[in-house]
Ligand binder design. Structure first.
Ligand SMILES: C[S@@+](CC[C@H](N)C(=O)[O-])C[C@H]1O[C@@H](n2cnc3c(N)ncnc32)[C@H](O)[C@@H]1O
Length: 380
């Protein structure tokens, strides 16, 4: 008999994973479509902590989402590599992957090892190719030094593209922060390696003064600083996006994204905004299954309504135009335009605000085939 919210399925998709997967699915399709034909060698998608590949009810998990994106390209143009050391998960993953071997012209590898053991080969096999690396551990992951040298693999050249999406785990950070505050340092070195230094301890110590015995705030601060350090050490644009199990809960983890490419950043914002919208609908269905929808269309998990986000963009555009006569294409100015509202408005919604500003005579706007190519000017 069905029990609980999972309907009796031991392996069903929790809400935080729903958001993670919507984000991954939406972003990776754009990445593959844009780049599958960009280099002689096939681009590489890596799922470094792959899990089972698919849920018991048939819902695709991360590995199958990568496989699905790969088969939407011409055979042989995308290579998918998955890593999963747990024998049971590896068996299930392998079964899912085999369904895709032929459509992918054999450009598929499933490794039954820990990623630490496979890392050097993963990086050298991806040399000269665009690569998207998804790292989704349950706790600790590779060191900051390893990730920095991976992102800097082409020196100052940013081509072929190198992108990372990391699950930065609240479970690990809260637990280790709590141990640190209590004077134990059991897993501290794991977090220190991941963070590339002991700076996280200073953040915990500072925050304990204001929030004793709570690690929510320090988790948020450490996640933001983690993304900032990745940016500082690579020059890549980085983003830390909170992922919750319920709208009003604290984040379970942050998805940290790194790209050196303006188009990648614009596309990630679009994927994040759409994924959050998908998630709000799903969260409402799961938490209030027998009630009329309580969903406020303006509500978002980032604490700002769509209208407020449009106001933020409105203000940013006017401020940017006071300093420069031309902003374009807009996709080269994602952080400037969305400062304070990243991940809240998809590209259609951003364009709608720009068109409203043009109609009010506040800006000039040349629209293009794709919203990211629009150009904003001062009004004539
Ligand atoms: C959170 S689950 C992955 C979920 C999956 N990425 C998804 O979205 O459906 C983490 C997985 O990492 C695996 N794992 C644990 N340690 C690992 C390591 N050192 N290297 C690679 N995978 C590891 C675990 O067995 C587990 O299946």
């Amino acid at each position: 008999m069905a029990t609980g919210t999972t309907g009796g399925l031991l392996n069903a998709e929790p809400l935080q994973s729903y958001l993670k997967h919507q984000l991954l699915r939406r972003y990776i399709i754009q990445f593959v479509q844009k780049l599958a034909h960009g280099t002689d060698d096939p681009l590489t998608l890596v799922d470094g902590y792959a899990g089972n590949g698919r849920y018991d009810d048939g819902t695709p998990a991360s590995a199958e989402l990568l496989l699905q994106a790969a088969v939407r390209s011409l055979p042989g143009r995308v290579r998918v590599v998955m890593v999963e050391p747990d024998p049971e998960s590896f068996g299930r993953l392998h079964e899912v992957a085999e369904e895709y071997r032929e459509p992918l012209s054999g450009q598929l590898e499933v490794l039954g090892t820990r990623i630490e053991q496979a890392w050097d080969r993963l990086v050298s096999d991806a040399a000269g190719r665009h690569v998207f690396m998804f790292l989704d551990p349950c706790g600790g992951t590779l060191s900051m030094d390893q990730l920095v040298s991976f992102l800097n693999r082409n020196g100052r050249r940013r081509y072929p593209r190198t992108e990372l999406l990391i699950n930065f785990s609240g479970f690990l950070v809260r637990r280790v922060s709590g141990q640190h505050a209590a004077g134990y340092e059991l897993r501290a070195s794991v977090l220190t390696d991941m963070c590339g230094g002991t700076w996280w301890k200073d953040l915990v110590d500072e925050d304990q003064v204001e929030h004793p015995n709570s690690y929510e705030n320090s988790f948020t601060m450490i996640s933001a600083e983690y993304a900032r350090q990745l940016n500082q050490r690579t020059g890549y644009a980085t983003v830390a996006m909170p992922v919750r199990a319920r709208a009003r809960n604290q984040p379970v983890f942050y998805m940290v994204f790194a790209t050196a490419n303006p188009v990648g950043l614009w596309a990630f914002n679009d994927a994040a905004a759409r994924a959050q919208q998908d998630w709000l609908v799903q969260e409402d269905l799961v938490t209030s299954p027998n009630q009329p929808s309580l969903l406020d269309p303006d509500e978002t998990v980032l604490g700002m309504s769509k209208d407020e986000a449009r106001q933020v963009v409105h203000g940013n555009v006017l401020q940017m135009l006071s300093k420069t006569p031309r902003i374009g294409p807009v996709r080269d100015h994602t952080f400037g335009l969305l400062d304070g509202a990243f991940g809240l408005l998809n590209e259609t919604e951003i364009r709608a605000e720009l068109k409203a500003m043009r109609a009010d005579g506040l800006i000039g706007l040349q629209t293009a085939a794709r919203a990211g190519q629009d150009v904003i000017t001062r009004p004539s």
